[in-house]
Design a protein around this ligand. Structure first.
Ligand code: FE2
Length: 429
């Protein structure tokens, strides 16, 4: 998972940084806010806070702390997410029914594990520390994934409240869409996947070769203004634009706009983490499913990029996360791309970008043995890959090879659309 070498002090400092950030994200929320589960995919804030703690307790302390005993026996059952190897667990759709432990008691649990983690790291000999560092680092990145999920889930929870509460951040100025440009990419026999040093999840490896026909990528994300045009052209009502499964979903769910859009007196409003406002035409469209992204691309006479096209273009372009709209900014929302530069805009941050690629193992992929091998590999079915990170992704958690994944119909992730053209024909799931 990682080849990074860290000293004990460095490891503890990073541990404290990640753990403190989670608590700072939960700080604006009351214990009641932290308990609600507004749909089966959403987990309560306090569950996230406890589960990431359980991860360190289970995968680090249990095997290495002298005289280990769990903080609470039943927490092993409550806060296991999906690890079959570790035994039975509480039902995911019912996490919102758990009033105890309360948000405060979860804080006590966190504090207890934090103290034991610091003591353990300080007491390990150099060899054991080096062996254990990859799993502790996995714990950091796991917690960062949950920091994003915590924000996504709070957004959904607050969206169900008619008082329209705000979490944090402030709205961008009203904007019109910036001019769309295209970046041409030569293609050929290229390599994708993680091959260097530094942390990566197992699903980013092995690095391997892929053949790409010449193609081009839109130099920015699709905007709300363009999505309004798609809607005005009956995009949600024209079966010829949709994949069969997508059309079934549109009709079953009566979709007619992105997830957080509501029409009031002929005006489309959008729920955001900083409140509910008229849809801002210049910002990237967000919270659309793969099916919607695909239908939009068809309507526009374009297609979605494959994940190999996305990664190769971003690496070739030299795009970095510097200045990207990740969760270290205070918008907690996608922002306008700004004027064309001749290079890719919004490559990182703003919105996760749907690709036309199914989430499959790379050639030669092997999950690790044991429970930790359940982290990614067992989800490689019936999901599509998204790339680039979003405005809720922690800084340091976005990179060129990162593979996010969600089912085709998922809309609660902060997902958007970048168009592609040329090269391979439209690929359908
Ligand atoms: Fe998790």
């Amino acid at each position: 998972m990682s080849t990074t070498h860290r000293s004990a002090d460095d490891l503890v400092a990073r541990y404290d940084e990640v753990r403190t950030h989670t608590e700072s994200l939960a700080a604006p929320l009351s214990p009641e806010d932290q308990t609600v589960q507004s749909m089966p995919d959403v987990s309560p804030t306090k569950w996230h806070r406890a589960h990431v703690t359980w991860f360190f307790e289970t995968f680090v302390l249990a095997d290495h702390e002298p005289g280990f005993a769990p903080f609470q026996d039943r927490y092993w059952f409550l806060f296991n997410s999906y690890y079959e190897t570790l035994g039975p667990r509480y039902s995911r759709p019912d996490r919102g029914l758990i009033s105890r432990p309360g948000a405060h008691e979860v804080g006590t649990y966190r504090g207890n594990v934090d103290g034991r983690m610091r003591d353990l790291v300080a007491s390990l000999d150099a060899g054991t520390l080096e062996k254990l560092t990859p799993v502790i680092e996995l714990g950091f990145h796991h917690e960062q994934q949950h920091q994003e999920l915590l924000l996504l889930d709070v957004k959904h929870v607050l969206s169900r409240n008619p008082l329209q509460p705000a979490y944090a951040g402030r709205p961008s100025a009203t904007a019109t869409p910036d001019t769309l440009g295209w970046v041409d990419v030569e293609g050929g026999l290229v390599e994708i996947g993680h091959g260097g040093d530094g942390f990566r999840f197992d699903n980013e490896e092995p690095r391997h070769r892929v053949w790409l026909e010449p193609y081009r990528l839109a130099d920015r994300l699709v905007t709300n203004g363009e999505w309004l045009e798609f809607m005005a052209d009956n995009g949600y009502r024209r079966h010829e634009l949709w994949l069969s499964d997508g059309w079934a979903q549109v009709n079953a769910e009566t979709w007619r706009a992105p997830l957080y859009w509501v029409e009031l007196d002929g005006v489309w409003l959008e729920h955001t983490l900083h409140g509910t406002f008229p849809v801002n035409a210049g910002l990237p469209v967000s919270h659309v499913s793969f099916y919607e992204a695909e239908a939009f691309a068809t309507w526009a006479g374009k297609r979605l990029p494959s994940e190999a096209e996305w990664e190769h273009a971003v690496v070739t372009d030299g795009a970095t996360t510097e200045g990207a709209n990740l969760a270290d900014s205070d918008t907690f929302h996608p922002r306008a791309s700004g004027p064309s530069t001749g290079r890719l805009r919004q490559a990182y941050g703003d919105c996760w970008e749907w690709t036309s690629s199914a989430y499959h193992p790379y050639p030669g992929f092997h999950p690790a043995p044991g429970a930790i091998g359940e982290y990614n590999g067992k989800f490689m079915s019936n999901q599509m890959v998204l790339r680039g990170g979003c405005a809720l992704t922690p800084k340091g958690h976005a990179r060129a090879t990162y593979r996010n994944f969600f089912p085709h119909s998922a809309r609660w992730a902060l997902s958007g659309v970048r168009l592609a053209d040329g090269g391979a024909p439209r690929v359908s799931a």
